[in-house]
Design a protein around this ligand. Structure first.
Ligand SMILES: [Zn+2]
Length: 393
């Protein structure tokens, strides 16, 4: 299925532009008309992180006339392993600003629009409405569903990508011509079941593999060439080194883009929809959450506690709280951890940020350890408030 170009051509290319884009201009399918369409195009990249980095770099080099970048985060040293749009001297700088500077360096002809804000239900419709196409480089389910819903409600296409360890996926969602993200994934995964890259890691170069597919599809959509990835899901396995594509059909029962939609506006709260923490975990954590400073005081006072780190062994190796014993979350889920727990000590759980330990807390309390607690903010909070010399990740 080929689709008409998303963008009308600009009136003309300048002499500078003809020189710069000559390798595009001599491709018959792109040519002068295609390059003029790119010049007129307005593309928004959601996130200047792993996927946003290669996407922004190549969209800029390709001559997309207006590039929006939305990100509210600052560059951290642990980003540099894959977020190649930022450099060492950008650490501590706003990602959107750092990305805009790199785009300008690659192609000063690009008009960069910096959105140094978090994308929320209050601003997503207004921001998206200023662009022809969205490139989604987000790393969490709440934002993903919000991006999808806003794009469908505005009738705009977007190029989606996701990455984890050695595996990547990409597709183009455009409800007018094919399925949306909800047709593929009607429900967010249960909280805590799908680890993020911050929890499970990601091979840096995987970002380039998936980000480049996203740019490739963006250029095809803008210029109307080739077969866009509408109705197909690309699945990439970097270890096996294979790409396969599977058909994704529009779901006639889709609550958003189906025949009788029940979602006709943005949800009030996407975090709640995706349940950053399950109800059981929230209930268990209520009144049973201590701070990193509380934990330090308990340790210093020689209290009879048993500190358990529920993260994965690799994470424990990078940084751990002194005295904490490693028992990964999976062992609590399959039940094997429970017999390892001392009956005569108070259980104190922690993970990286407090989400996984809250899930485990629910299991532990159910098993009868009613005075168990978990550390809100996890090891990250420990590093921040107790020992900033420890490495973070
Ligand atoms: Zn749908």
């Amino acid at each position: 299925m080929s689709l008409p170009p998303l963008v009308e051509p600009a009136a003309e290319l300048t002499v500078d532009e003809v020189r710069r884009y000559s390798r595009h201009l001599i491709i018959p399918d792109v040519g002068m008309a295609g390059q003029k369409r790119l010049k007129n195009a307005k593309v928004l990249c959601v996130g200047a992180g792993g996927l946003g980095s290669p996407a922004l770099l190549y969209l800029a080099a390709a001559g997309v006339g207006t590039l929006g970048v939305i990100d509210f985060d600052v560059v951290d040293e642990s980003n540099l392993q894959r977020q190649v749009i930022h450099g060492q001297s950008d650490v501590g700088r706003l990602k959107a600003e750092s990305a805009a500077a790199s785009v300008k360096e690659i192609n000063p002809l690009v008009d960069v629009v910096v959105h140094n804000v978090a994308l929320t239900t209050d601003n997503v419709m207004e921001i998206f409405s200023g662009y022809d196409l969205i490139v989604d480089g987000t790393d969490n389910f709440a934002t993903r569903y919000m991006v999808n819903d806003a794009a469908v409600l505005l009738g705009k296409p977007y190029v989606w990508g996701s990455i984890y360890r050695f595996d990547g996926q990409a597709s183009v969602f455009w409800a007018e011509h094919g399925p949306c993200y909800r047709c593929l994934y009607p429900e967010p995964p249960p909280p805590g079941m799908v680890p993020s890259c911050a929890e499970g890691g990601v091979l840096g170069v995987l970002c380039a593999s998936i980000g480049s597919i996203q740019v490739n599809e963006a250029i095809k959509l803008l210029t109307g060439i080739g077969e866009p990835l509408v109705g197909r899901l690309m699945i990439y396995d970097a270890l096996e080194m294979n790409y396969r594509s599977v058909k994704v059909r529009k779901d006639p029962e889709c609550v958003l883009c189906g025949k009788n939609p029940t979602v006709t506006q943005l949800l009030d709260d996407y975090e709640a929809f995706c349940g950053a923490v399950s109800e059981e975990a929230q209930e268990a954590a209520s009144g049973s959450t201590i701070t990193a400073a509380d934990l330090k005081s308990l340790q210093d006072a020689g209290e009879n506690i048993y500190v358990i780190d529920v993260r994965e062994p690799n994470e424990y190796e990078i940084v751990s709280i002194p005295g904490a014993v490693l028992i990964p979350k999976g062992e609590f889920i399959n039940g094997s951890a429970l017999e390892k727990l001392p009956q005569d000590k108070r259980i104190v759980l922690h993970c990286k940020s407090g989400a996984r330990s809250a899930e485990v807390l629910a299991i532990v309390k159910n098993a009868g350890f009613s005075d168990a607690v978990h550390v809100g903010g996890g090891v990250l909070s420990w590093i921040k408030t107790i020992d900033p010399s420890l490495p973070t990740y």
